[in-house]
Structure formats: structure tokens, C-alpha cells
Design a protein. Structure first.
Length: 392
């Protein structure tokens, strides 16, 4: 059910009792369709704790212990494991999960136990929106940040958009936010298509999209795909030649394995949360160098997010003067800014959503690289995106 990773073991004091420790619970889907996201997230979390503590894995002399819990992407299991973490294991702060559906099931548990849950990387707007409570902070971006960044990158007068998304909170929240954001640019959504998460054949969905867009008059027609996990439909739909209908495929950024499909679409545009070559700051330099040395690969999408969460944990505990007092932690974290691989993030006091930069990219094909490289067009700072507050 869980594994214990004691990053630093407490020394025994003279009377034989154990030294106080800071317990962090990582409650996330280690197995299942999002396991690649989960592995990156955990690696990033541990690197963030290491970076923020200068390798000591201690905060003000107290060692950090990280406990891991596998939700298996089951909302009921996530809920019970978070209760176990807070209740049985006395975890001070929990981090996770990868799935928005699991996150929504976990939110009331944080309120019940009056303990902090840092949501990373689940993105559904409702997590810091209608289902939010004051014990929830999110270092990951939300659907609105994704959507608004992509709307800024792609929208404009004369642009007509069809969307394809998975039929659950992540997909529907993402499309709703994208639709709202596009309206401010003068672009319109002409068709919305939702498919089950386990869909493998996208022929029927693509044909419905092509038919809907066929009669639309626009200067530019886009099919915007919102997808999480395996089975991304982009390659299959591209093979159906949407250009016959003057339709371009567009999408947001993704993890490196998913970018292989982007290689078939040079010039594809969108907005991304992270690509290791884009941010220019000391934290990202350390992450890229360290990850390459230890794992032989560059850090990926959710590694950066996990690191941001790990650094936030350390900064919050330091600022609060310890991990025991939840109210002190909330006071410390509301409005807190800290440095991450993406630059400065800030927890917005109203809904505890971390505001952060996004990146408008254009795909480039490079010799010797087996995926489409997201090349920076421009950084979209917090001031470029009007992220709505949805918990009021």
C-alpha cells in the first residue's frame, strides 16, 4: 500500500527517543495510465527537497522523511490513503496526485484533518475552484492557465477552432476554460468532441470534427487537442490528413515521449508548461545538469513541477517556523513567492493557485532528435494571462 523513503534518519537522543522529523506524504498514482507522470513528479519532488535544503534533507535541523502512497488512479483509494497519511502516519504536508479525479476525492480529507495538501500536478480548475478549501494549495498549473496561454498563442479574429478532449474533469474543464479564453481573442469554437479516456480508434471522432468544420468559413481552422496520459490521438488524426479540410492540428506541450508525434507536425504551435531548454534561471540550470548526470536524460514536464512543489514545501516550513502548525503554514503560504525551474511562482491568496509563466512554442525538427522540439516564441508571464478566480 505504501513504501517509506526515509531521506534522512533521525538520530537518537540520549534518552533513547527519536529526534523530531518532518513527514511529507506523496500520495499519487504510481501505477496506471499516468505512471510516467507519477515517476517524474516523484523524482522532481525529491530533487526539489534536495535543492532547497542544500543537500542536507533537513529544515532547521529537523530531518525530512517522505512516505509514498500509490492511489492506482482510484479516487476512493486516494481518499483513504490520504486519511491514512494524515491520521495514522501523522504526515504534516501531503503532495499529489497526478489525476484530477483522484484529487477531487482527496480535497475534503485535507479539510477534515486540517492538514495541507499541495496539489501537483492535477490540473482541473475545480480543484482550486468550486471544490477548493483553505487547506489546498496548488503548485501545478490549472486548466485555465493552460487554456488562456494557448488562447493567447493561437487565438485571434478569423480563427475557428474545434476541440478534442477526454470525457472527464481534466478534458471538460480544459475545454471550458479554453472556450472562455478564446472568446476574448475574437476566435470562436465551432465544435467540441469528447471521447472516453480508453479510446484507441479516433476515426469516428475525427470524421465528426471534419464534417463540422467543413462548412465553417474562417481565415484559419484549428483542431485543438487536450489529452493526458497514453493514447494521444494526434498522430492517428494527422494520418487522416486534416489539411484536406484546411484544418491545422494544434495542442499544448507534453512530456518528451509524447513529443515524438510532434515531429510529424513541424510548425505546430501551442503553449507549454515546461520544456527543459526554455527557462533561463539558476534553478532550472541545476535541475537540467543534475538530472542529466544522474539519469542520463533531461528533466521532463512533471519533473519540473515536482521540483517546484518540493521547494515550496521547504520554503513554507521555514517561513512558518516548523511543520506542526497548519495555521502558521497557511499564513506563510498565502501570497508566498519562491523560485522554481520555471522562474518565480506565487501562491495567489484568494485560491492558493500558483501563478506562473507559460511558453508559446513552435515545433522544430532537428537532426538527431527523435521528437519535435518546442522552440520558444515568447514567454507568457503572469501579466499576460488573466487567470480567473473560480472558488468564489
Amino acid at each position: 500500500m505504501k513504501t517509506l523513503l526515509a531521506t534522512t534518519l533521525a538520530s537518537l537522543v540520549a534518552v533513547g527517543a527519536a529526534q523530531a522529523e518532518i513527514r511529507i506524504g506523496h500520495v499519487y498514482g504510481q501505477t496506471g495510465s499516468l505512471e510516467a507522470y507519477a515517476a517524474q513528479s516523484h523524482t522532481g519532488l525529491m530533487l526539489g527537497l534536495e535543492y532547497a535544503t542544500d543537500g542536507t534533507m533537513e529544515i532547521d535541523g529537523e530531518p525530512i522523511t517522505v512516505l509514498q502512497y500509490d492511489t492506482q488512479l482510484d479516487p476512493a483509494r486516494g481518499r483513504s490513503l490520504l486519511a491514512e497519511a494524515y491520521g495514522d502516519d501523522d504526515v504534516h504536508i501531503a503532495v499529489g496526485p497526478v489525476s484530477s479525479g483522484v484529487a477531487l476525492a482527496m480535497l475534503p480529507v485535507a479539510e477534515e484533518y486540517e492538514r495541507i495538501l499541495i496539489v501537483e500536478p492535477a490540473v482541473a480548475d475545480s480543484i482550486t475552484g468550486e471544490n477548493w478549501n483553505r487547506y489546498i494549495f496548488r503548485t501545478g498549473r490549472n486548466s485555465s492557465q493552460d487554456a488562456i496561454a494557448n488562447a493567447v498563442a493561437l487565438g485571434g479574429e478569423g480563427v475557428a477552432v474545434a476541440t478534442l478532449a477526454q470525457d472527464y474533469a481534466f478534458g471538460r474543464d480544459g475545454v471550458a476554460a479554453f472556450r472562455e479564453a478564446l472568446a476574448e481573442t475574437g476566435a470562436t469554437i465551432a465544435h467540441e468532441e469528447y471521447v472516453p479516456t480508453e479510446t484507441t480508434d479516433f476515426t469516428a471522432a475525427a470524421e465528426r470534427i471534419f464534417n463540422a468544420m467543413g462548412d465553417v468559413e474562417a481565415e484559419r481552422k484549428l483542431l485543438f487537442i487536450i489529452w493526458a496520459g497514453g493514447g494521444n490521438p494526434m498522430g492517428q488524426i494527422n494520418a487522416m490528413d486534416p489539411s484536406r479540410f484546411d484544418i491545422e492540428i494544434a495542442t499544448g506541450g507534453n512530456i518528451l515521449p509524447a513529443l515524438v508525434a510532434y515531429r510529424e507536425l513541424p510548425g505546430l504551435e501551442g503553449a507549454t508548461y515546461y520544456y527543459h531548454e526554455i527557462p533561463d534561471n539558476e534553478v532550472n540550470d541545476w535541475l537540467v545538469e543534475t538530472h542529466q548526470e544522474r539519469f542520463g536524460t533531461p528533466p521532463d514536464f512533471f519533473t519540473a513541477g515536482g521540483m517546484a512543489a518540493g521547494i515550496a514545501v521547504v520554503e513554507a516550513i521555514r517561513k512558518a517556523g516548523g511543520a506542526e502548525d497548519t495555521e502558521a503554514l497557511i499564513e506563510a503560504m498565502e501570497g508566498m513567492s519562491w523560485e522554481t525551474p520555471k522562474g518565480t511562482m506565487t501562491f495567489r491568496p484568494e485560491d492558493h493557485q500558483a501563478l506562473q509563466s507559460m511558453y508559446h512554442f513552435r515545433t522544430e525538427v532537428r537532426e538527431g532528435v527523435d521528437y519535435g522540439v518546442p522552440v520558444l516564441v515568447r514567454e507568457l508571464g503572469i501579466e499576460d494571462m488573466n487567470i480567473p478566480i473560480r472558488n468564489q
